[in-house]
Design a protein around this ligand. Structure first.
Ligand code: ZN
Length: 242
């Protein structure tokens, strides 16, 4: 990205980040706030991970639109990260909130916790989504409870083994809720063990069968769902959290 002459980067170096943005962009106008959000996201990820420090400097690029991702990625996600090179790309403008917490969690979790034996998308994404809660003002449990009420929750087996075959929004929201449930019910250390050993070890870690763990989570969602609050699905699509 730094060598691509179609971008004219302004660089700002701090103890934890090297920030890059272009002149006359949203990021240039809001840099102070963005920088604070990045620092806050780093601390938030450390807290969830139960770690004291992360020493590598993260290269964080702000792009003025999703289209600006195309020359370097060939696609146009709102956020992207690569943990090996400690690089984060975030689109941000008046309409796109930069997903600091999500992408910075990817970088820290994949470097500070031992990498899972098989890359399990539901876990990697679920933890990043959980770090970025709430989504458009809704908790992930509220969203998952709504999906359950509408009979749109996919089975845990489908979520875990066919994550990328599901609609992105549904798979990400559901993973966020399930990860948060596991983390808060069984604690960070057990969750970390699950991350490091893989979902096949779930029964060992929760002390319950796969099916029982899923039922426990679903019952928890039902118990929260007294108010039957409606979730504005269009708003989730527009605001995004993944
Ligand atoms: Zn992600």
């Amino acid at each position: 990205m730094l060598e691509d002459s179609s971008y004219a980067w302004i660089a700002v170096k701090t103890p934890h980040f090297r920030f890059y943005y272009e002149a006359n962009t949203y990021a240039a106008r809001h840099f102070t706030g963005l920088r604070q959000s990045a620092e806050e996201a780093r601390l938030h990820a450390l807290k969830i991970l139960g770690e004291q420090n992360y020493t590598p400097i993260i290269d964080l690029f702000y792009l003025d639109s999703r289209e600006k991702m195309i020359p370097v990625l060939g696609s146009q996600p709102a956020g992207w990260s690569e943990h090996q090179s400690n690089t984060v790309l975030l689109a941000c403008n008046e309409n796109i909130r930069p997903f600091h917490r999500h992408e910075i969690m990817h970088v820290l979790s994949m470097n500070l916790w031992k990498m899972p034996p098989l890359l399990e998308a539901w876990l990697l994404e679920g933890l990043a989504v959980y770090a970025d809660a709430p989504c458009a003002g809704y908790s992930f449990h509220e969203i998952a409870a709504h999906l359950q009420r509408e009979k749109k929750l996919v089975s845990l087996h489908t979520l875990v083994f066919r994550f990328h075959k599901q609609s992105d929004l549904r798979a990400y929201m559901q993973s966020g809720s399930f990860v948060q449930f596991l983390y808060e019910t069984y604690g960070r250390e057990k969750f970390r063990r699950l991350w490091e050993r893989g979902v096949t070890r779930l029964p060992e870690i929760t002390g319950k069968s796969y099916r029982e763990t899923e039922m426990e989570w679903r019952a928890f969602l039902r118990s929260l769902d007294q108010t039957e609050s409606e979730v504005d699905w269009q708003l989730l699509i527009e605001k995004g959290c993944w």
